[in-house]
Design a binder for this molecule. Structure first.
Ligand code: DX5
Ligand code: ZN
Length: 218
């Protein structure tokens, strides 16, 4: 099956003194998803915000909170993000912990789950989990910072994961994150992606409604 395209702006690129205003901008444009980047200074060399901020955003927003945990020990924080109001929680494959149990725990807490892989991680690493997830997130930059250039060499990984999805009649969403704009996002759409995280290109756009319209037409 082919999912309709979803644009998930990352408020990492919004004004951090006014994150609620960033989320409001997304909602007022008629979008349904917002992407929340959580960084621990270990798994990635940067910090962002934590569950308390997510909970505060939840109070003023009905958006679908697509929460991307860039953490060395994500299993320790699943409950905190679920309680804070996340709708989907995605965890990286790279650190060692019980991935299957953590994905199951996300479901048990009433959230959708996702598995994420870095540019240097082969698609085969997440293959055993495909039947268990609602979303696969292919990083198209090394995570940690917004504003990096899109890694075109990730397109074949997207194609591979989409092929497995079709062969196995699975229905997880296939999301891309990093350096996504209307050009690179469309290349990912052609390769099989359906969910598009955009930070810099979205919050820096002069005509955001045009961006929303373009992605909806993919
Ligand atoms: C990267 C984050 C991304 C980031 C994308 O570490 O996971 O979600 O916000 O930002 P852009 O769209 O600027 O590459
Ligand atoms: Zn992200």
């Amino acid at each position: 099956m082919k999912h309709a395209s979803v644009l998930a702006p990352s408020i990492l690129a919004a004004n951090h003194a006014h994150l609620a205003a960033g989320a409001r901008t997304v909602q007022d444009l008629g979008l349904k998803w917002v992407h929340l980047d959580i960084m621990d200074g270990h798994f990635v060399p940067n910090f962002s915000f934590g569950p308390q901020t997510v909970a505060a955003l939840r109070k003023g927003s009905s958006l679908f909170f697509d929460t991307h945990l860039m953490l060395d020990e994500p299993h320790r924080y699943i409950e905190a993000f679920a309680k804070a109001g996340s709708n989907l929680i995605s965890i990286h494959i790279e650190p060692s912990y019980d991935h299957a149990a953590t994905l199951a725990r996300i479901h048990a807490l009433g959230c959708q789950n996702g598995i994420v892989l870095n540019p240097g991680t082969p698609a085969e690493a997440i293959e055993p989990f495909l039947a268990q997830v609602d979303l696969v997130l292919v990083m198209t930059v090394q995570p940690g910072f917004g504003g990096q250039p899109f890694r075109r060499d990730m397109l074949s990984k997207i194609t591979q994961i989409d092929r497995w999805r079709q062969e196995r009649a699975l229905s997880f969403r296939l999301e891309v994150d990093g350096g996504i704009d209307l050009t690179t996002g469309h290349e990912c759409r052609v390769a099989g992606a359906d969910t598009f995280v955009a930070g810099t290109s979205f919050f820096g756009a002069t005509d955001q409604p045009a961006v929303v319209k373009a992605v909806a037409s993919w």
